[in-house]
Design a protein around this ligand. Structure first.
Ligand code: NAP
Length: 476
């Protein structure tokens, strides 16, 4: 596939390409241009040229185009899901959910197209004031590989509906679904240059986009370390920035919780998308009085997960997306019992058998008796490994839950309204669930505190991030 700049499908200025590999089979799926600084600059120019026309288009008309695109995406859901599974690795059912999520988010922002306008503000003794909201101009979106379609929608929905133009840089291992979705938008009538996609390395294309003086706003999703680098570069240009970064979400299971529901929640919360979800359950904190029973039930469910190529039927968990992530998980688990960092209850190896012989597969893994200083609790474990910690009571669970630099999501599982309330108030997280984990919706603000980032996506407030607010005061 080619990049999309100014409404044209183009190769990179360097003429070089990068291979896109199926993580389940190791096979080459396609090649994409290896973009350069010049390509990034050209895309910003194209977005800049398109800006005045798109900003002058009525919000209803803008929404009409996005709505049409969302409809086509729904029609092509199966085909798009196959592409997503082939480049990302997730099971086909999860890929279909994600493609539907893309359409849902776009449609949600279409529904808000008439809602953003300034306010009239009476000012006693001094007349009145009003505010004007305008799009910012050229924005940049940089996205990761774990949910490339959904995260693309989180960024382009509010940006485009509010009249901005955009340059998007996909992750290097998953650009194909993003490029295909951009073509759907173009076919739906999005004017040339309104949405541009530049493929290529983050250190080159991503940094060039962040540094470009014509870019007014950056929305970044990825690791905390990369986010800090983006923030530094954005600060020197005084640019607006949203950072959606990693997490180490705790799941707190109290002794009065519905155990069956909590076991199912932990299973899905950790192993969905092979554990590669920013708000996955990354630390399981269970009251010690129920820990034995809980671990036994969870172990049985984890052992039953079917691992394999996401294209095959009845697969619960695919491979990790890329070699770097696979090597990280293997290294993390190697010798964990010898290092006294926990006891492997189940999993812990690269699976055997021909179905998993060529991909980046790892067994779904449960680790018990994990000490406080273990890497499993300190780092963001972005893969199918779940550490379990036994806690005395709710106070200890909350203390342990907050013992992290991250603050993305957290869940509390209890039937007590008092325990739930204490959790809502005391857990440091941008999103807190009661008796569920992982659920997100276009209407609900999403984002973290601490090293999990700055700003929020989704919900009506995300639109404000793409609008410039001007105040006018009138003396009467
Ligand atoms: P990553 O390595 O930080 O990469 C994210 C994106 O940034 C990719 O497109 C990458 O390009 C690009 N990039 C790399 N270096 C860059 C630089 N110096 N300047 C500008 N851009 C640069 O993260 P990832 O491994 O793809 O994604 C996993 C992480 O994303 C996890 O930490 C996960 O928790 C987080 N995440 C957060 C959320 C949220 O909403 N909070 C949602 C999903 C994922 P290349 O691919 O070319 O390197």
């Amino acid at each position: 596939m080619k990049m999309q700049i100014g409404g044209k499908a183009v190769d990179a200025c360097s003429g070089e390409f990068s291979d896109i590999i199926n993580p389940a089979t190791g096979e080459l799926i396609d090649r994409v241009p290896r973009g350069t600084e010049d390509d990034a600059a050209m895309a910003v120019e194209a977005a800049s040229s398109a800006f005045s026309g798109w900003a002058a288009t009525s919000p209803q008309r803008r929404a009409g185009i996005l709505y049409r695109a969302a409809g086509t995406v729904r029609q092509k859901k199966d085909e798009l899901a196959v592409l997503l599974t082939r480049e990302q690795g997730k099971p086909l059912t999860e890929a279909k959910n994600e493609i539907e999520g893309f359409a849902n988010v776009l449609e949600y922002y279409c529904g808000l197209a008439s809602s953003f306008h300034g306010d009239f503000i009476p000012v006693p003794q001094n007349g009145y004031a009003f505010t004007i909201k305008k799009p910012l101009g050229v924005c940049t979106a940089i996205i990761p590989w774990n949910m490339p379609a959904l995260i693309m929608a989180w960024k382009i929905g509010p940006a485009l509906v509010s009249g901005n133009t955009l340059v998007l840089k996909p992750a290097s291992s998953t650009p194909l679904t993003n490029l295909t979705l951009a073509s759907v938008l173009s076919d739906a009538g999005l004017p040339a240059g309104t949405l541009n996609i530049v493929t290529g390395p983050g250190e080159i294309v991503g940094e060039s986009l962040v540094k470009n003086s014509k870019v007014k706003r950056i929305s970044f999703t990825g690791e905390a370390g990369t986010g800090k680098r983006v923030a530094e570069l954005a600060a020197s240009g005084m640019k607006k920035v949203t950072l959606e970064l990693g997490g180490s979400d705790p799941m707190l299971v109290c002794d009065d919780a519905n155990l069956e529901a909590a076991v199912a929640g932990a299973l899905r919360g950790r192993f969905y998308n092979c554990g590669q979800t920013c708000t996955a359950v990354k630390r399981l904190l269970v009251f010690e009085s129920i820990a034995e029973e809980f671990i036994k039930k969870l172990e049985a469910r984890v052992r039953n997960l079917r691992v394999g190529n996401g294209m095959h039927e009845n697969i619960d968990m695919g491979p990790l997306n890329n070699r770097r992530q696979w090597e990280y998980i293997k290294e993390l688990i190697a010798g964990i019992e010898e290092k006294e960092e926990g006891k492997i209850v189940t999993g812990g190896r690269v699976p055997e058998g021909s179905a998993c012989s060529r991909g980046y597969f790892f067994e779904p893994t449960l680790v018990a008796d994990v000490p406080e200083e273990s890497r499993l609790l300190k780092e963001e474990v972005f893969g199918p490994v779940l550490p379990v910690v036994r806690v005395k009571d709710l106070d200890e669970a909350i203390e342990e839950a907050n013992n992290t630099c991250y603050g993305l999501g957290a869940s509390i599982w209890t039937n007590s309204i008092d325990r739930a309330r204490i959790g809502f108030e005391q857990l440091n997280a941008g999103i807190i669930w009661l008796n569920q984990h992982l659920k997100v919706a276009p209407e609900v603000p999403f984002g973290g505190t601490g090293e999990s980032g700055i700003g929020r996506e989704n919900g009506p407030d995300a639109l404000s991030e793409y609008l410039d607010l001007k105040t006018v005061m009138i003396k009467t």
